[in-house]
Design a protein around this ligand. Structure first.
Ligand SMILES: Cc1cc2nc3c(=O)[nH]c(=O)nc-3n(C[C@H](O)[C@H](O)[C@H](O)COP(=O)(O)OP(=O)(O)OC[C@H]3O[C@@H](n4cnc5c(N)ncnc54)[C@H](O)[C@@H]3O)c2cc1C
Length: 463
């Protein structure tokens, strides 16, 4: 039988694959999307949506933000809370999968189920369980096979109480105690969510500060907020190991301390899904870490084959992966739309409380030799934050000393991942802190903190 021929075959139906397929199909291309999973969504329908819904549900069900304000306990029993939380998470994940499925249907994209590999010429061989292999041919192939949790050697992930980030997102019963290894975004998210849910949590990090890519002052403040919530944060703790002893699960820290939690989550980064794709035979080069090498147009080293998303490496964010995939499709078919990925993406961490940033940290500004200053406004002086009982954190503006151009915006606190976009727009348009001084804000709002951070900035430079 002749192979089915397409303008585009996309390998992987996560957020990157979905957006690449939709972008090309919208411009009239005949597209097939292959995924080995029965449903679309990739890590977005696994880790991302699960962990964010878990977070929202945990805050809502435990009354975490407001119990101090109203001086009443809204706590549910952990069993009831977790049961509600699981059901709510499942419903949101299903809604997200349905939305992606409908998006592909609406764009006329053919869905193909099975494990894909590159074949000779520009072809893709698909193996579905119990079926004969099928071959698709294409003018263009985009690889968006994503990533999976990295498993540090020697850790017994076959033990049901030793979890990676994917398995952690599926937890369906309350925990008394938990150790989270890894002080990056995913580690901070799980550690703070389970602290909010009432577990005794120890967050163990080999580095000297949590979220090392964030502004140092913000990550130090986050650490102290975590400690104030009752979480134990152990830093500079070297590599942790887990094992099963007669007394149960044990986690040994390089400091010599042994912990005995109910479960341990290793949040140790991601590894690209490139095995079995037959990249070498297709002349698609990978780097020393196995990530697919691409140029600024997301072209691999093989003619007509592109790659985008987690499979090409950092920053390994759904937000950026989708943009990369759209840009790849635009270059592949000369679509006059997106020619480059935004050079200033925001970073958001959905811990309790949230953290977000865009642009330069103070350390990065100093390293670039930019004379800079910073203005801060704390949420404990913000009316809306007081009304909501979410007074931790601050807005911090990093700006150039000479002309007050905003270089970086950092937010720690409730709604940080939304608030940061205000700073993002200003940076994109080359604005100064005067914008916040001159503009009228709704009151009471959390956004008002930008105005007071700007006033503080003026004070710092004596204007
Ligand atoms: C716990 C957690 C929280 C996160 N939180 C955020 C967040 O808050 N914000 C954010 O922006 N990002 C977040 N991320 C990162 C985000 O999930 C990823 O960056 C994003 O999913 C990458 O998209 P992708 O399409 O490149 O790959 P993936 O989502 O990994 O999708 C790849 C798809 O390819 C399929 N596939 C793989 N190999 C094959 C093959 N050989 N044949 C056929 N199909 C194949 C897989 O089944 C999968 O469906 C989080 C990740 C985790 C784990």
């Amino acid at each position: 039988m002749d192979a089915a021929h397409y303008d585009l075959v996309v390998l992987g139906g996560g957020p990157a694959g979905e957006k690449a397929a939709a972008q090309a199909a919208y411009w009239g291309k005949r597209v097939a999307l292959v995924d080995q999973a029965p449903q679309l969504g990739g890590a977005m329908s696994g880790g991302v949506v699960s962990s964010k819904t878990m977070r929202e549900a945990a805050l809502y069900l435990t009354g975490f933000r407001r119990r101090d304000v109203y001086d009443v306990s809204l706590d549910l029993t952990p069993e009831v809370a977790t049961d509600h939380l699981r059901r709510r998470t499942d419903a949101v994940v299903q809604m997200m999968v349905d939305r992606a499925t409908e998006n592909m249907r609406r764009h006329g994209v053919d869905r193909v189920h099975g494990r894909a590999a590159l074949g000779p010429g520009r072809s893709v061989v698909v193996h579905a369980p119990g079926e004969e292999a099928t071959t698709l041919t294409a003018e263009v192939i985009i690889i968006t096979t994503g990533s999976r949790p990295f498993h540090p050697p020697g850790i017994p992930f076959d033990d049901p109480d030793v979890l990676d980030s994917d398995a952690a997102a599926l937890l369906d019963h309350p925990l008394r105690s938990l150790v989270v290894v890894g002080g990056g975004a995913v580690g901070c998210e799980f550690a703070s969510i389970f602290t909010a849910l009432g577990a005794d949590v120890v967050l163990v990090d080999s580095g000297t500060r949590l979220l090392p890519f964030m502004d140092a002052e913000i990550s130090e403040e986050l650490t102290s907020v975590f400690r104030g919530m009752g979480m134990r944060v152990v830093q500079g703790a070297g590599r942790a190991r887990a094992s099963r002893a007669a007394a149960g699960l044990q986690v040994e820290l390089a400091t010599g301390e042994t912990l005995h939690p109910e479960k341990v989550i290793f949040a140790a980064g991601r590894a690209g899904n490139t095995e079995g794709l037959e990249l070498e035979a297709a002349a698609v080069a990978t780097d020393e870490r196995g990530r697919i090498v691409v140029d600024e147009h997301f072209r691999t080293t093989a003619e007509g084959i592109y790659a985008a998303g987690d499979v090409i490496g950092p920053p390994a964010l759904g937000s950026v992966s989708m943009e990369q995939a759209r840009v790849a499709a635009c270059w592949a078919f000369d679509i006059p739309l997106k020619r480059a990925v935004d050079s200033l993406p925001p970073f958001g961490v959905y811990s309790v409380p949230e953290v977000a940033m865009v642009g330069l940290t103070e350390e990065a500004a100093a390293a670039q030799g930019i004379a800079h200053a910073a203005g801060r406004a704390r949420f404990n002086a913000n009316t809306r934050a007081s009304i909501s009982g979410a007074t931790e954190g601050m807005v911090k503006l990093v700006f150039a000393r000479d002309d007050a151009t905003v270089l970086g915006v950092h937010v720690l606190g409730e709604g940080a991942t939304e608030l940061v976009h205000l700073g993002q727009a200003l940076i994109h348009f080359g604005g100064t802190i005067d914008y916040f001084i001159d503009t009228t804000f709704n009151v009471p709002t959390m956004s008002e903190a930008f105005k007071y951070a700007a006033y503080d900035g003026l004070r710092q430079i004596g204007r």
